[in-house]
Write a protein that binds this ligand. Structure first.
Ligand SMILES: [Zn+2]
Length: 306
């Protein structure tokens, strides 16, 4: 992730001059989807505040503005929503990622309130599945007191992602990303005895298949939730926004650690989802993040179903 510490700090201070984010229980269950026996809901963890200069580093600002304006996005810092997927299936209560927790950005870390609003207590969560180890996906695994928020959960993560972030050398060589690597490792140490690691193609839970979608991070994983004749892809940050990454999927995005690999993964995934008419749940896509992908020549369009 090419997030520089000063950019994150700039993003934080920028958030202070924005109207304060109001949280209401009614916003908690953003969208829902029933897939056979699977009950899916996306819960809002709030939103991030990211400077455009970081997200679109290296891109022509005018070209970016044109795409953003076409989507009705006003000038100023980007405010991507954060959608955590909750799956209830065969007695399991499964979360895909855990939001940011209290220690990342002031506009994020709302997952506990969102769970409360849909009547799920943290100790009822049976499984937590991670797409990757960035702060807005992993840091919410600890509560305000630095204790695990989900005391009864089994944890699951891709082996490649675990190996990368758990390696002490990752922080040492990360430069501007060192604080994220240190933050990830600290949380992973608390999960070490309770985590199951998996690889590409494995069925990690009944009806949940893991797909390698490397690039955003070295071991980023997506999850295909499948019932008898329908499926949906929980895509994490493999497709990280509904504007530039759909209109120009080959363009680099500043939050992707390996921008070239991430673009290849994104195009492959967009192709597959549009061709197979498979739904997508995007962690930072609008209106709860559930929708379909439509191809338009070399571009794509996100059609929200939220
Ligand atoms: Zn993210």
């Amino acid at each position: 992730m090419n997030v520089k510490r000063r950019d994150v700090i700039a993003g934080l201070s920028a958030s202070l001059v924005l109207p304060s984010y109001s949280w209401a229980g009614a916003e908690a269950a953003v969208s829902s989807l029933t897939l056979g026996e699977m009950q899916l809901q996306t819960l809002s963890d709030g939103h991030l505040t990211l400077p455009r200069s970081m997200l679109f580093a290296g891109l022509e600002p005018e070209a970016v503005d044109q795409i953003l304006q076409a989507q009705g996005i006003a000038a100023g810092p980007m405010q991507p929503p954060i959608n955590v997927t909750l799956m209830r299936h065969q007695g399991r209560v499964v979360l895909f990622d855990t939001g940011s927790g209290p220690a990342f950005q002031a506009t994020a870390g709302r997952l506990s309130a969102a769970l409360d609003a849909v009547g799920v207590a943290p100790d009822e969560v049976s499984h937590v599945v991670f797409t990757h180890c960035h702060p807005d996906h992993l840091w919410g695994v600890l509560d305000d007191f630095d204790d695990p928020l989900f005391p009864n959960a089994d944890y699951l993560m891709g082996q490649v992602e675990w190996d990368y972030w758990f390696d002490p050398d990752t922080a040492a060589i990360s430069g501007d990303r060192a604080s994220m690597a240190v933050g990830a490792r600290r949380r992973m140490e608390m999960l070490e005895d309770r985590i199951a690691l998996f690889r590409d193609g494995e069925e990690i839970l009944p009806g949940v298949a893991a797909h390698a979608t490397f690039g955003h991070t070295p071991g980023h994983m997506s999850f295909e939730l499948r019932t008898a004749n329908e499926s949906v892809m929980v895509g994490g940050d493999a497709i990280g926004n509904h504007h530039v990454s759909f209109a120009e999927p080959g363009w680099p995005i500043g939050t992707d650690q390996d921008a070239e690999a991430a673009a290849k993964t994104r195009i492959r995934l967009l192709d597959m989802l549009s061709h197979g008419h498979m739904r997508l749940i995007g962690y930072h896509l609008p209106q709860g993040g559930i929708g379909r992908v439509e191809r338009q020549g070399d571009s794509f369009r996100f059609v929200s179903e939220g």
